[in-house]
Design a protein around this ligand. Structure first.
Ligand code: FES
Length: 115
């Protein structure tokens, strides 16, 4: 199980349990299930409306996350990542702090999600 804390200055923080390791449990799906108002539109990694900042809040080593080509393209268009940064994340097997909630699969780590 992973603890996911959703945080937004306009709302009270909300922490929910997530089943880690499922290939269908995206961050956006979890947010919707818990009625957390993360913005979204396409739900397919193309519009960028579901941009979130994800940081680890446990003591485990960070796990790398795979960014799809679509997600890389949108994050670059939004000015959140450069190609150099993406290349470095892949080489170092580190996660990006900027993600698209509809593309991020929750893993077994406790995270804070700013939306
Ligand atoms: Fe469009 Fe996530 S909802 S990129």
């Amino acid at each position: 199980m992973a603890l996911v804390t959703f945080s937004n200055p306009d709302y009270k923080d909300k922490t929910v349990y997530a089943v880690a390791g499922s290939h269908t449990e995206t961050l956006l799906k979890i947010a919707k299930e818990h009625k957390i108002p993360v913005q979204f539109d396409c739900q397919d990694g193309e519009c960028g409306h579901c941009l979130v900042r994800v940081t680890s809040i446990d003591d485990k080593d960070r796990m790398g996350y795979f960014l799809t080509d679509k997600e890389q393209t949108v994050l670059k268009e939004l000015g959140k990542l450069t190609q150099d940064q993406i290349d470095r994340l892949h080489v170092d097997d580190m996660p990006s702090e900027w993600r698209l909630a509809c593309q991020m699969i929750v893993r077994d780590e406790d995270v804070r999600v700013e939306y």
